[in-house]
Design a protein around this ligand. Structure first.
Ligand code: SF4
Length: 153
């Protein structure tokens, strides 16, 4: 679990996460997502998005906004944030990787050089918030929800 530094506990700045996502929107590349949700089915793909602390706290904010206080493992090994209707339950708050890690059928992953400055900003915010680097989505968001429940973010 992240061990937030006291210097940032009083003034978490998740607006920077929103700003990074907004800047990403300005440079979207042509992709053709068919909403198969394959990329959300971790057991199927063998891949899991990794989140910095800012992304995890922002995703946790989305979980809380959807009326939940916790997330539960998906019995099929999919993302715990994938709804029964097949749609992301935190779409507006979904992590950076979910916005850029398009499946091959949709056109492939964004080139890293296209995103390098945004990734650096996420990493800088992680450092500022006292994060420990990127962590797998289920544990990162689960821990972020605990932090929010404890009233520390
Ligand atoms: S956060 Fe949403 S978009 Fe990302 S893997 Fe989970 S369900 Fe899919």
């Amino acid at each position: 679990m992240p061990s937030p530094k006291s210097k940032s506990e009083a003034t978490p700045d998740l607006s920077e996460v929103a700003a990074i996502y907004q800047d990403l929107e300005k440079r979207v590349l042509p992709r053709s997502c068919q909403i198969s949700t394959r990329c959300c089915r971790f057991r199927l793909t063998g891949q899991v998005p990794f989140l910095t602390l800012g992304e995890a706290l922002y995703a946790a904010k989305g979980v809380r906004a959807s009326g939940r206080k916790e997330i539960k493992p998906n019995p099929e090994g999919a993302c715990p944030l994938l709804g029964a209707n097949g749609f992301c339950t935190i779409y507006q708050h979904r992590p950076f990787g979910c916005r850029t890690h398009f499946c091959e059928a949709a056109g492939g992953v964004y080139p890293r050089k296209h995103l390098a400055d945004l990734i650096q900003r996420l990493e800088a915010l992680d450092e500022k918030l006292g994060g420990e680097g990127s962590r797998p989505l289920p544990v990162a968001v689960g821990d972020a929800l605990q932090v929010r429940r404890a009233g520390r973010r």
